[in-house]
Design a protein around this ligand. Structure first.
Ligand SMILES: [Zn+2]
Length: 83
């Protein structure tokens, strides 16, 4: 999965426990799963699935494994520093 627009951009935030600036960001979305029922019969497969609304962002430190929710951040974009 590409996130080319963010390549080499600085990301704000650090582990509140150890201060590390290396961490995993998890962006969590609702997922819509579409199943097309024909004449009342399930086809046995999914037609499509797509991301719905964003539910939130959490982080896990690469160094001490501490997890936290960055304040004021609703999506990864909020953590990207411009310039
Ligand atoms: Zn840490």
């Amino acid at each position: 999965v590409s996130a080319e627009i963010y390549k080499n951009k600085k990301v704000k935030g650090r582990c509140p426990k150890c201060g590390s600036k290396s961490f995993t960001i998890t962006e969590t979305f609702e997922e819509h799963v579409l199943v097309e029922i024909v004449d009342g019969v399930h086809p046995g497969e999914i037609l499509d699935h797509e991301a719905g609304s964003i539910l939130g962002v959490s982080c896990q430190c690469a160094q001490c494994r501490h997890t936290w929710k960055p304040r004021g951040v609703f999506q990864i974009d909020d953590m990207i520093l411009e310039g």
